[in-house]
Design a protein around this ligand. Sequence first.
Ligand code: DC
Length: 233
Amino acid sequence: MIIAIDGPAGAGKSTVCKMLAKRLGFAYLDTGAMYRAVAWALETAPSHRSLSQTDLEDQKAGELLERLPLRFVIERGRLEIFWAQKSLSEELRGPQVTEAASRLSRLPAIRQFLVARQRELASQGPDFVAEGRDTTTVVFPEAELKVFLTADLKTRAKRRCEEYRAKGVELPLEKVEEMLAQRDHADSMRDHSPMRRAENAFLLDTSGLCVEEVVERLAQKARNLSPALSDGP
Ligand code: DC
């Protein structure tokens, strides 16, 4: 079974998807991390920093991306990303990479490259929770359960501020609201695979809900589709 979950930044996707995957015994595929990895590789990795936006808009961009020493693998039910032998994780979470991922994700060559990798990973099966911006519309339109997870801007900004605070970064709420609004705009207005709710996706507004409630509702929906599913920890 594939459960595909899209929605704007700060809606709670990552927390919900991780918990839901654990609960059902599914693997968890964070497609946003893949966009972040490409952005990190193109803008930070020393050997590739010289690539310009024009190079990436060129028809040969696909070949160029294939040559990057980036590897995506599912290990112990989670996506692991390697740059040569180095495992990438925290370096993908900084504000610069966040901005670059949103900016570069509008380029068709990058999208095609990553959508192919995402489908390859899912073909290893058996069961996945995938999250992103286009998993319900483009990557896995045939997913058994499709969800658009959202929340109002204030709620999302508050959640992000708390996440930053937990990492020792203090940012004013208004600033975080502005950053999220900009990202929503860029992610939903781009020409290729913009973020939008798929027609048959279940819309869930998490504004007044705690994470456990959201996970429970989605687990219940999955169990309705497949009663044999486990109800793990
Ligand atoms: O979910 P995230 O914040 O880690 O995603 C980072 C950026 O990657 C986001 O601003 C838009 C892009 N993205 C995308 O275009 N398509 C996806 N399926 C996932 C992420």
